[in-house]
Design a protein around this ligand. Structure first.
Ligand code: HEC
Length: 115
């Protein structure tokens, strides 16, 4: 009887350690993975490099006239119409944003606002 209790407690301790370890490591990976996972769900073939390019372009090109607007503050559909109109406004003002750049920025913003 005593033996059983000891074995059960050992298992409980081991299990407890294993789970708490697991939780911390999955939380870490989740943060990186879920942005990309969301992007890939929306855009098959989407990569971390494209996500990073979109982020860098957004932070540089879209902060030329006003401060950065938090991606989650607009809906995916709002971004799909805002980015082309902002890109056109930007190009009129000589701060050129190419069609490729516009697409990368849109995918980055839509990914983050879809979460
Ligand atoms: C040439 C200057 C300029 C650049 C570059 C620019 N914006 Fe803007 N943006 C403006 C001005 C002016 C307004 C306010 C007038 C308006 O809404 O049209 C604005 C407003 C906005 C708004 C608020 C619109 C709303 O309806 O709430 C968002 C969001 C936005 N910009 C996003 C972007 C994004 C994304 C980019 C990059 C693709 C960008 N902007 C680049 C000038 C710029």
């Amino acid at each position: 009887m005593k033996k059983t209790i000891i074995i059960v407690s050992i298992i409980a301790v081991l299990f407890g350690c294993a789970t708490s370890k697991d939780t911390s490591s999955t939380t870490e990976t989740k943060v990186i993975l879920s942005d990309l996972a969301m992007g890939q769900k929306l855009y098959p073939g989407y990569t971390q490099a494209k996500f990073d390019d979109g982020k860098n372009l957004y932070n540089s090109k879209c902060a030329a006239c006003h401060s950065i607007i938090t991606p989650s503050s607009k809906s995916p559909n709002e971004w799909k119409s805002i980015v082309p109109s902002m890109s056109a406004l930007s190009n009129k003002n000589g701060k050129a944003i190419s069609t490729d750049e516009e697409l990368l920025i849109t995918k980055y913003l839509v990914t983050l606002s879809s979460k």
